[in-house]
Design a protein around this ligand. Structure first.
Ligand code: IDP
Ligand code: MG
Length: 139
């Protein structure tokens, strides 16, 4: 995969703890360019669309409550092989098993409150960017 765009959001626990600036700096320092940025509080309807792929999972109701529990910072990111290289920067879903230099290891508090999202494919990145920023936004 050599796509140039991916989508991320800084999740409520990391926003509440004051880590937005440090995380954006880490993203830039890793060579990514921030193309779009927006702070918002997700509605349950938006969160359910965003995480629709997980709707059958046991953790889904709690995930929706968590992601709507406070503001998030949504970011459209550009970089070579953006999806895969950004997933490497954030680390594994569980902060306990994420590599020590990753964003989730540094700012994640639990499997659920793992500080940051990263799209898992070029197709989902495009869908997530459109869902949060709108289809007319040309980054
Ligand atoms: P990812 O964010 O690393 O792609 P996914 O499996 O897509 O991981 O899960 C989406 C989000 O759902 C995770 O980032 C995390 O916040 C939450 N989550 C995933 N698995 C669990 C779990 O077992 N318990 C609680 N929350 C979970
Ligand atoms: Mg995922």
């Amino acid at each position: 995969m050599t796509g140039k765009k991916t989508f991320t959001m800084i999740k409520p626990n990391a926003v509440k703890s004051g880590h937005v600036g440090s995380i954006l700096h880490t993203i830039n320092a890793a060579g990514f360019c921030i193309k779009g940025l927006k702070m918002l509080k997700m509605s349950p309807a938006l969160a359910k669309k965003f995480y629709a792929v997980h709707k059958k999972r046991d953790f889904f109701p709690e995930l929706i409550d968590y992601i709507c529990s406070g503001p998030i910072v949504a970011v459209c990111i550009e970089g070579d092989n953006a999806v895969e290289s950004f997933r490497n920067l954030i680390g594994a879903t569980d902060p306990k098993t994420a590599g020590p230099e990753t964003i989730r290891a540094k700012y994640g508090e639990s499997m659920q409150m793992n500080a940051i999202h990263g799209s898992d494919s070029n197709e989902n990145a495009a869908k997530e960017i459109e869902l949060i920023f709108g289809k007319d936004e040309l980054f």
